[in-house]
Every structure is written in C-alpha cells, then in structure tokens.
Design a protein. Structure first.
Length: 428
C-alpha cells in the first residue's frame, strides 16, 4: 500500500475511536445529570406527599381527626410541597450548569489528551518507517552486506558460465563456492566442467576428488585417489591433495605414509590456526601408531595401564567424566561413526592425551591419563589445565571434516572428576 494512504488510514481510525469514546461519555454528563436533578427529584417529592395526603384522608374517614384538622394538615402539606419544589428547581440549576461545564471540558480535553499521550509515549516515526518498509525492502537488502551479496556473487558467476561455457576459471570458482555452501551435487558438476577445461589445475582435480568422495559415502578409494595422485604430480604441495592423501593412508592403516602426508601438509599452513593444530595432532598420532604398532587410538574398553608420572601438585594425573551428544544431533549419527576425545593445552597445541571409541558407547565414560599421551615428552600430568575436545568423525580419522560433530570445554583442571562434555555443534 502507498505510504500516504497507510498513514492517512491510521489517523482516520484514531479520530473515529476518539469520537466514539466522546459519544459514550458526554451524553451521560450533559443530559443524565439534568434529568436526575430536576425531573426525577420532583417526582419523588410529589409521590411522598401524595402518600401523606392519602394517610390524612384515611385518618379522617376513620374518625381519628376532624374535618378542621384535616383541612389544616392538608394546607400545611401543600405548602411544604410547593416549598420543596421551588428548592429543588433552584438546586438543580447549578448541577445542570456544572454537568454541562464538565462535559464541555471533557469534549475539549479528551482528544487533546489522547493524541498528546500518543506523541509523548508512542512512536509516530515508526508508523512512517513501517509504511515505507515495503517500498524500501529491496533497497535495504541491497545495502546490507552478507548473505545477499554472497548469493548475488554466485548468480553472477553462474551467469558468466552460461554466457561463456568455455571459461574454466569461472567453472572452478563456481565449484569452490558450491563446496563452501556444501552443495555437493552442484559442486561435482561444476568441478567436472572445470577439470575438462583446466586439466592441469591441481586444485581443481583435488576439489573434484573431494566432491566425488563426499557423494560416495566419503570413500576415497578408486577415482578420488586417482585424481589426488594426478593433482600431487602437478603440484606436490597442493593443500587438499595432501589432506586427502593423509586421510586415505590413515583409513588404510598405513600410518607411516599418513604421518608423511600430514607433516608435509602442516608445513604449508600457518602454525597457529586450528586447522594446522588438527593436522599436527593427526601427524603425531600417526607417528605414535607407527612406533607402538597399534591399529588406532587406544580404545576406551581396554585402556593401557596408567604411567607412573604424577603432576607436581600431587593431584592424580587424570580427568574423569563423560561425553554425550545433544538430542537434536542424534539423528545424524551412523553406526560407522567414530568418537574421538582429545585433551589439549589450550585452544591451540598438540593433544597431550587422546582416546577413541564408537558411537554405540555414547554416553561415554572416560578416564584420561598419561598413558594416553600422543607424545611421551608431552603428557597430561605436565599441565595444570587443558581443553577437552570430543568429536564424532564421519571419516574415521581425527582431523575435523565438514559434517563432523564436536563439543569443547575450556580450562579443565587436571585431576577433575565428574566432567560432562556435550557434543552440540556441526563442523562447517
């Protein structure tokens, strides 16, 4: 609706409501008081005196008073009636005038008070803003950066690929954008186009490998690893290629090769980023598994014996608690998922203890100790407090992947018991 008519209708409705209120209130003041003071009171007096006259007539008929007494009383009664009637008229006049004055005063004050209170306590400007809202909605959304700008960019890239379907760079950009949005079917189609047009682009090949694996239940064996191998031939330090190679080697329990790829990948990353710390943790875990000959992180069902080292403060070098998952995330669990629990010295840093279990054990009781260290030189007992990270991994490896679920608790003191950790977030 046009803003002019929106505002006009509001004020018309407001005036109508005020008039209705005045119609309900004023007549009772102007007319009701006059009738009560002038007519009603006189009728009551006449009725009273009429009853008294009947009583006098009855007494005369019964012989209780004489005719002279009756006439005298009648004259006295008539005189009183006339006197009261005159007095009532004189008294009713001020009441009538007063009622009219009050009514006229309210007639002038009520509208002024109503609209005055609205302008004082209300928000007249909001009415104009609401009226203009629909007209300005499109301009406002274009002025605010964020999701709208992002979608607009996607539309521009899509339009570019339609007008120039041989533009490999445009297809590659579109594929990577779809990947960020986790629109994997569209990402796969875009990567296929980009790989055809840019067969020597390592990042396109490794991106295509990831999309194929994601849509194939995250299985890297087969075509995905063929694409990764070709990507690493073209660019030995391709980030996505190294990551997928390390994950695949870990899934195949080739921990030496996994440690090699993770180490090379970590060298390409800013060391303080959470992603770099996850890669470092995976590297150290793979190296530990190579040394111990284990096939994975220690299972909670069969924990190894606790080491002899104790913290300097004399507290047990353990953290005891439980891990559970938020009810709204349970529907996303799969029987093949793996649960990891890490203890880190703060938001960044390699884990000082780690354990692994399966989703069937949730809610999971844990007892972290020095025997679960990933590096014998960096154990739980050497720290006063740590950060606990619990993760449900879809791929079966400890590196966080999109779609994994996580929960964290900071500043957990070594020696704590009864710790409750809730997995309540999905890794973007």
């Amino acid at each position: 609706m046009n803003p002019f008519w929106t505002v006009s209708l509001f004020w018309i409705a407001a005036v109508v409501f005020v008039l209705v209120a005045m119609i309900l209130v004023l007549p009772g003041l102007i007319r009701g008081r006059i009738a009560t003071g002038k007519t009603a009171r006189r009728e009551i007096n006449i009725a009273v005196y009429r009853d008294q006259l009947k009583e006098l007539e009855t007494d005369r008929g019964n012989g209780m008073i004489s005719e002279d007494q009756f006439q005298t009383a009648k004259l006295e009664l008539e005189a009183r009636l006339a006197d009261d009637a005159l007095t009532a008229d004189a008294a009713s006049e001020p009441e009538s005038v007063s009622s009219r004055k009050l009514g006229y005063a309210l007639a002038g004050i009520l509208p002024v008070a109503a609209f005055g209170l609205y302008f004082w306590l209300g928000s007249p400007a909001a009415l104009i803003e609401i009226a203009n809202g629909s007209a300005n909605a499109q301009a406002t959304s274009e002025a605010v950066p964020g999701q709208h700008d992002f979608m607009q960019m996607i539309q521009q890239v899509e339009e570019k690929t339609r007008t120039n379907p041989d533009d490999g760079e445009a297809w590659a950009m579109l594929a990577k954008t779809y990947t960020v949005m986790e629109r994997w079917p569209e990402a796969l189609q875009a990567y296929e186009k980009a790989a055809t047009l840019l067969p020597q682009d390592a990042s396109v090949l490794s991106g295509l490998a990831e999309a194929v694996a994601i849509l194939n239940n995250r299985v890297l064996a087969g075509r995905p690893m063929e694409l990764v191998a070709k990507a690493l031939e073209l660019e030995p330090n391709d980030i996505k290629g190294l990551e997928l190679s390390g994950i695949h080697a870990y899934q195949q329990q080739n921990f030496a090769q996994a440690a090699f790829f993770f180490k090379r990948l970590h060298q390409q990353l800013p060391p303080e980023t959470p992603y770099a710390q996850d890669i470092l943790a995976a590297q150290q875990e793979a190296e530990r598994l190579v040394q111990t000959g284990l096939t994975g992180l220690d299972d909670l069902a069969n924990p190894p014996p606790v080491a002899d080292s104790q913290p300097a403060a004399g507290q047990p070098a353990t953290i005891v608690g439980s891990v559970d998952i938020a009810p709204e995330l349970k529907s996303q669990l799969s029987a093949k998922d793996t649960v990891f629990l890490f203890a880190r010295p703060g938001a960044r840093g390699a884990p000082v203890a780690a354990i692994r279990s399966n989703v069937g054990s949730l809610p999971l009781e844990f007892n972290l100790n020095d025997s679960m260290a990933m590096n014998p030189g960096n154990v739980l007992s050497s720290h006063k407090e740590v950060m606990l990270v619990a993760r449900v991994s879809k791929s079966g490896n400890p590196i966080a992947q999109p779609g994994d679920m996580e929960g964290k608790i900071s500043a957990v003191k070594v020696g704590s018991t009864g710790v409750k950790l809730l997995i309540d977030q999905v890794v973007p």
